[in-house]
Design a protein. Structure first.
Length: 262
């Protein structure tokens, strides 16, 4: 696995975005069980693996409370590029950090598709995350199913648009790249492990040409679930789980796989 892992982030790193699937009460109940699993599981108790969760904004305070005292890291699914001002409905990165968030998701395909986010929007949000000591979970992925060579070209073009010209990150900052092929999001199964391995290798080659970036990990999302981590055999620094993690025991199963990879 890459040596550019962000500070304080174990590998493999298992992330879960709840998107808008669960209401606040169900999110808190889910998070409480995740906290129990992560607190007690050998993989996370030993620091072999890490877990982060991204609930919806209304559930954020409850999830933070439900996971307090456990190794679970909590983040948000979005932020605004300004910290203060006349921006109705916006979410400040400074406020996310103040309430206890450690990470924030940026650039997901659904944000581009449904909310019209652009490369410039994403770059500005990245800068806001980094200046507020939040680890950005920067999403990138090809739109259509294609050979890995074309996918690498598409993904690295997205990353270049987001990262080139970004202000220098503060000392101690970290960055997560979530490789999520758009065609695999919500699909019956993930991209083939061979494809994921080849594309993530291309992402790392791209990152190697940008030594000014903060330490960076590369995780895979896109219909990721139990059984995939072992099949990827160290090709990624972790997984970004979606709906397959709505059953907390599925997260426990992925942590079992993380222990098997030691």
């Amino acid at each position: 696995m890459t040596d550019r892992t962000g500070p304080g982030l174990p590998r493999p790193l298992i992330g879960v975005s709840l998107k808008l699937y669960l209401d606040p009460a169900r999110s808190v109940a889910w998070a409480r069980r995740i906290g129990e699993i992560v607190r007690d599981h050998e993989a996370t108790a030993s620091g072999t693996a890490g877990v982060f969760v991204l609930p919806s904004l209304p559930a954020l305070a409850g999830v933070l409370e439900a996971t307090a005292g456990t190794p679970v890291r909590v983040g948000a699914q979005d932020l605004f590029w300004e910290d203060r001002g006349a921006y109705t409905g916006a979410v400040s990165g400074a406020d996310l950090r103040a309430v206890g968030c450690e990470l924030v998701e940026i650039g997901h395909a659904e944000r581009r598709r449904f909310f019209g986010e652009t490369d410039d929007t994403i770059r500005r949000k990245l800068a806001a995350a980094l200046r507020n000591d939040l680890v950005p979970v920067l999403c990138a992925g090809e739109r259509t199913r294609q050979h890995a060579t074309g996918a690498i070209a598409d993904v690295t073009a997205q990353l270049a648009a987001a990262l080139d010209g970004l202000p220098d990150a503060p000392e101690g900052a970290g960055l997560l790249i979530a490789y999520e092929p758009e065609w695999a999001i919500g699909a019956d199964s993930s991209a083939a492990p061979e494809h994921v391995a080849e594309v993530t290798s291309g992402i790392r080659a791209f990152l190697a040409t940008r030594p000014h970036l903060p330490p960076t990990s590369v995780i895979y999302g896109g219909s990721a679930g139990p059984g995939l981590l072992g099949r990827l055999d160290g090709a990624v620094d972790g997984l970004f789980l979606g709906r397959f993690a709505h059953d907390p025991e599925a997260v426990a199963a992925v942590l079992d796989e993380a222990m098997a990879l030691r």
